[in-house]
Design a protein around this ligand. Structure first.
Ligand code: MOS
Length: 748
């Protein structure tokens, strides 16, 4: 592969479409005769619906139908038919299924009308009466009933077996600490709300525009739930306005929109309101208990990481929370415990590096506390316990440039000038603190297919059913295709977000660049083989006796490496072979030998400066240096944006993001963007990103490891550590709000 574009900064190829409004999102597709659905949300956390009175709504001119559990069309009756590609074990939520209410905000009716305003007005007229039952939404109360999930969630490693004797080594260690570290529930809050536009194509066929991180996940869900064949359901979602995990699973607006469309034989759109965006998956509240033992030289002797996280009554949502404590540092005595507690809420969902920033907040806070107790520099303490192998599995890492990330990050930040004493830096009325933490995230590749189609004039289309949720997929696939087939980026078009394209998993887990990228490269390489074959069959071919590695594919031509005069253009080769187009498809898979014998992770070293107003308790994150080791970087511009986004979310997690429940009502209360504060521009100051060189020949064919999630992982812990350095106060619960800064003893 030539590297004209690989590794170079390239602006987003879809940027113009986005800023001009030409990019079409799920709620923007339209259809003749489009009807509008509006969801009626339930008002209680648990109980049964005793009556639904839709008469006033139905009497409004323009109202077409009010769907409830009493009149809903039949669907598949096995709950397993509702399980999607990334579902945890259990029985998925089914909207309007029966009279039972299992969480607050549950959809209880869908009003469909000729226009949106009528649907919304009529929805306010639907009267629902309930028998309420006692509910429980408070993790603190339910943790006593926590259990080990009986069934593992596919793709999620359960905690490893214990190693050595963690309790014994803890007792014997001269330095020890045991603390609880907590994280509040959070919601994803993508800018684009969940929405589905179902276009009724006639004859039982539908085209569905869904807000989803994987169109084929929605397609399979619809076919399974409604008993439709694949050729009747096409899901087309070329643009996704942020997901952060909220769009991994098909959500209830998809179910409701398809149900209404099939029943009314008409196109239907359902858009959730911002407050309804708080009525499905969320990052579960999690309570970590972390014990560390160390000797006087700063060698870790014992690590125990226990966590309890919330889940729903109907699914056992699982993520990797505690395992990080066995893979980040060297330690011979380690034990883990990961339990769930059932709550009367919707099932939690993967959110922004699910599990990792929670577990790492506990581990990296505890490491900071232990470093202080040992009078060791926090970075030096980490270096003394550097893990050379993945001690959870005993496998070597495919690559690990974390040591270099620590070095470059510390140098850029000026870490060596840090005074170890808390409260030692003050400027004006602000205390200044410096903190750091380590980040880690699994680097994965998934089986993915792609198709390459070449025209004689050099135009190249690459196609794959993956998504671009704002990550830059269109751009990197363009770069890879152009380099792989030796054409210009301006000759390449990328087709994604369409279920009729070659098979791809959801965009998630930071695996898309490695997976879809490799599939596009493989398809383009296969096209090269066909081109060379065609060229060699030409009469008097100048490349007749050339082997593939003697030929350079560039500028739309095949040229002999050692004799530029001997060349055949793609156009001539295709013409000679009688091809109007050349289309080939390839599937890539991760190497099972690598998967079995190696561990693959991205790493980061995060350094943070905070300024804390001593009287007001206001925290500002004034400087972040994030040094990231993530294999080869395809596009430094979009990659940097990925890391900045992750750091911004880390700042949100550390300081402001929290969905608060009123447990008396069993309901999330701050369900809007005014009271649930995602960082805005005014919250963000300097963020510097360093990509540390890392050559990884095993994780994926191009040495790409993925960067969607590593940016958030260590950030909240580094901020908490910096706040401690600034103020001398250790806050062990996220987010670190003003009240906790001013009175940490109350919060911990
Ligand atoms: Mo990510 S939480 O896998 O979208």
């Amino acid at each position: 592969m030539s590297e004209t574009y690989f590794g170079t900064p390239r602006a987003r190829v879809d940027g113009r479409a986005k800023v001009t409004g030409a990019a079409t999102y799920a709620a923007e597709f339209t259809a003749p005769d489009l009807a509008y659905g509006y969801v009626v949300s339930g008002a209680i956390a648990k109980g049964t619906i005793t009556a639904i009175d839709s008469s006033a709504a139905l009497a409004m001119p323009g109202v077409l139908h009010v769907f409830t559990h009493e009149n809903r069309p039949r669907t598949a009756w096995l709950s397993s038919n509702f399980r999607d590609e990334v579902a945890p074990p259990g029985s998925p939520f089914r909207a309007l299924y029966d009279k039972h209410i299992v969480y607050s905000g549950q959809p209880v009716a869908l009003v469909v009308a000729e226009d949106f305003d009528t649907a919304r007005d009529a929805a306010a007229l639907v009267r629902v009466t309930y028998d309420t039952e006692a509910h429980a939404t408070d993790l603190d109360q339910e943790r006593a009933k926590a259990y080990v999930p009986p069934k593992k969630r596919s793709g999620i490693e359960p905690p490893p077996k214990p190693r050595g004797d963690a309790p014994g080594a803890y007792d014997a260690a001269p330095f020890k600490l045991r603390q609880e570290y907590r994280i509040s529930p959070e919601h994803h809050n993508p800018m684009e709300p969940h929405a589905t536009t179902v276009v009724w194509d006639g004859d039982g066929a539908i085209t569905v525009h869904d807000k989803i991180q994987g169109v084929q996940n929605s397609q399979t869900y619809i076919t399974n739930v409604f008993g439709l064949s694949k050729d009747k359901v096409r899901v087309v979602s070329p643009f996704v306005g942020g997901g952060f995990g909220s769009g991994l699973r098909p959500q209830y607006q998809l179910y409701l929109a398809v149900m209404a469309s099939l029943a009314l034989e008409r196109s239907v759109r359902v858009v959730l309101t911002r407050d309804q965006m708080f009525t499905f998956g969320y990052r579960p509240g999690t309570i970590n208990t972390l014990s560390l033992g160390a000797d006087a030289q700063g060698a870790l002797q014992s690590i125990t990481h226990e966590a309890v996280a919330g889940t729903s009554h109907f699914e056992d949502y699982q993520e990797v929370v505690v395992n990080w404590s066995g893979g980040t540092y060297h330690c011979d005595n380690v034990s883990f415990d990961y339990k769930l507690a059932k709550l009367d809420t919707y099932t939690p969902a993967d959110m922004r590096a699910p599990g990792a920033p929670l577990g790492m907040f506990a581990l990296e806070s505890a490491m900071d506390e232990m470093a202080e107790a040992l009078h060791l520099d926090p970075l030096e303490f980490r270096l003394r316990n550097y893990a050379e192998t993945d001690e959870n599995t005993g496998n070597p890492f495919t690559s690990k440039a974390l040591r270099e990330a620590y070095r470059q990050g510390a140098e850029q930040f000026g870490w060596s000038r840090r005074n170890h004493t808390p409260r030692s830096m003050k400027e004006g009325h602000e205390l200044v603190g410096w903190g750091m933490a380590t980040g880690m995230w699994e680097a994965q590749m998934q089986q993915t297919s792609a198709r390459a189609t070449l025209w004689p004039d050099g135009r190249l289309e690459v196609a794959c059913a993956t998504a671009d949720i704002g990550t830059g997929t269109y751009t990197i696939l363009t770069q890879i295709a152009a380099d792989s087939l030796g054409v210009g980026m301006d000759q390449v078009s990328v087709k994604i977000g369409d279920s009729s394209l070659p098979t791809s998993p959801v965009q998630g887990g930071s695996w898309t660049a490695a997976s879809a990228g490799a599939a596009v490269q493989a398809a383009c390489f296969k096209a090269r083989e066909s081109l060379l074959d065609a060229a060699q069959k030409m009469d008097g071919s100048p490349l007749a006796d050339a082997t593939a590695d003697q030929v350079v594919f560039a500028n739309g031509r095949m040229t002999l490496r050692d004799d530029a005069a001997r060349a055949v253009s793609y156009a001539d080769a295709m013409r000679a072979a009688g091809l109007d187009t050349l289309a080939v498809e390839e599937t890539v898979k991760p190497d099972p030998k690598v998967q079995k014998s190696f561990s693959s992770y991205t790493h980061s070293a995060v350094f943070v400066e905070v300024r804390v107003d001593e009287e007001l308790g206001v925290v500002r994150v004034t400087r972040v240096v994030d040094a990231v080791a993530a294999g080869r970087i395809l596009n430094p511009l979009t990659a940097r944006s990925q890391i900045i986004g992750g750091v911004v979310f880390g700042i949100g997690m550390a300081l402001t993001e929290e969905t608060m429940a009123d447990h008396a009502l069993g309901r999330f209360m701050n369900h809007n963007l005014a009271e649930y504060h995602v960082p805005s521009n005014a919250d963000i100051q300097g963020i510097e990103v360093i990509f540390v060189e890392e050559n990884d020949s095993k994780t994926s064919p191009m040495g790409v490891k993925g960067l969607g999630e590593i940016g958030i992982v260590g950030t909240a812990a580094a901020i908490a550590n910096a706040i401690h350095h600034a103020t001398g106060r250790r806050v062990r619960s996220l987010p670190i709000t003003i009240d906790k800064v001013l009175g940490a003893e109350l919060a911990s």
